[in-house]
Design a protein around this ligand. Structure first.
Ligand code: PMT
Length: 406
């Protein structure tokens, strides 16, 4: 933060400051003061061990808020809700972050209030590691940090220097002014993200409908188109839940992924995620039919023909369309003939705001490849786009979503 540029750059921002059990916790006092001076409202959550390093009284005085340590207030039994803390925060900053807390965050362990708050947080998360040089350099710590970074956690690198052990090396928590400036820059960038604060569900990939323990009915969807959309919406600041059929793809940065197999599982996950969402993009290739009965043992080969009885699956997009309540719903149509007519029928029937038509008659369009050729169709008409990468198609879809949300 540059005091000459902007005296209170964090005015009105909510910072949740997490403090863990490290000797560097004494620096959290100065960090808290810097954040407050910059205009932030700071609430402090300490791990039980952190109290051995800095007193709750010091942090409560500096933050001007009560300190939270336990799930319940020991005085009156009041519940300290990690969910509302996670929702309140514009940034969850854990400084110092010990090797132990980083490992628990990476593994999803939730055995104290700070960890449950981290797991509930929808805002950007920043960690400032502090530990001895060998602990920091250890493969386990580095793997945990890489895992957290892969999930979008921002890391303020520790500095080289003299450590509490007397040794010299990398592991000293970054200085409070550096951490405060990092948070300031991060929140500034977030402000510029056009879809910040919006929640989207994206479905992607193919569903798998089991016939017996060995065989299934599926289709050729790789998930590439849906994953590109989820990644693009997240890059623009949206909170994205990606409900994904089986794919070989990595989860895009900043996206929460829910893996499913069958159309029934995708229905349950998508309907659940849509409850909290501002919109959904339905890109998955969902089976319209599934076997009535799944054999519990491998079906053995007979001499003649075999008949498989299928039942209709539930239409996920139609279900979300029926419960739209003013929210945005984007559909896809994959066609092989009478493309526009079929897409327009789906647009109306499923209450999509617009539908993205792709046809298997177009070279480079549809399943598996890295390109697609699509036409946007809405109540106002048709907009054909040229062949482009799936990433560019995703960007055009995100542009249209942004303009509809304005
Ligand atoms: O994954 P890729 O290999 O990158 O391929 C991308 C793609 C071709 C799968 C993608 O671009 C695409 O077209 N996805 C939709 C495929 C499809 O199932 O279309 P549809 O016309 O059958 O379905 C219409 C709409 O209803 C779609 O938004 C679909 O997700 C949705 N639907 C369909 C059936 C069902 N039971 N539930 C649904 O939500």
């Amino acid at each position: 933060m540059d005091p000459l540029q902007d005296a209170r750059p964090l005015e009105g921002r909510h910072i949740l400051l997490g403090i863990t059990g490290s000797i560097a916790a004494y620096k959290s006092a100065l960090l808290c003061r810097l954040l407050k001076t910059a205009g932030a409202d700071v609430r402090v959550v300490m791990t039980p061990l952190a109290k051995q390093f800095i007193t709750p009284l010091t942090m409560a005085t500096l933050s001007k808020n009560p300190i939270l340590v336990e799930f319940f207030d020991p005085e009156n039994g009041a519940w300290n809700s990690h969910v509302s803390l996670g929702e309140w925060a514009d940034c969850c900053l854990i400084a110092p972050a010990t090797a132990n807390t980083l490992a628990k965050m990476a593994a999803g362990i939730a055995d104290n209030l700070l960890l449950t708050t981290y797991l509930s947080a929808r805002c950007p998360v920043v960690v400032a590691p502090a530990m001895d040089l060998d602990m920091y350099a250890h493969a386990a710590t580095q793997e945990n940090l890489a895992r957290l970074a892969g999930r979008g956690v921002q890391i303020v690198e520790p500095a080289e220097g003299e450590l509490a052990s007397g040794l010299r090396g990398k592991g000293r928590m970054a200085e409070p002014d550096e951490i405060a400036a990092f948070v300031g820059r991060l929140l500034d960038e977030e402000k510029k993200k056009p879809l910040a604060g919006r929640r989207f569900v994206v479905t992607a990939g193919a569903t798998i409908e089991p016939i017996d323990p060995v065989r299934f009915i599926s289709n050729h969807s790789s998930g590439k188109m849906g994953y590109a959309i989820a990644g693009e919406l997240a890059r623009r600041g949206a909170d994205v839940v990606l409900v994904s059929g089986r794919t070989a793809l990595d989860t895009p940065e900043g996206v929460r992924r829910v893996d499913v197999l069958s159309a029934d599982e995708m229905y349950t996950a998508a309907v659940e995620a849509f409850r909290e969402a501002d919109g959904a993009v339905m890109c998955a290739a969902v089976a319209d039919y599934t076997p009535v009965a799944v054999a519990d043992r491998k079906i053995t080969k007979g001499d003649g023909e075999m008949t498989l009885t299928l039942r209709r699956t539930r239409d996920i997009a139609a279900e979300l369309g029926a419960d739209k309540r003013g929210r945005l719903l984007v559909g896809f149509a994959l066609e092989t003939h009478d493309e526009e007519a079929h897409a327009e029928a789906k647009l109306a029937k499923k209450h999509f705001d617009f539908i993205v038509l792709n046809s298997l008659r177009d070279a480079g369009a549809g399943f598996r490849g890295d390109t697609n050729k699509v036409t946007f169709i809405d109540a106002a008409g048709r907009e054909p786009l040229p062949l482009m990468s799936k990433r560019d198609v995703a960007a055009r879809i995100a542009d249209k979503i942004e303009s509809l949300l304005k």
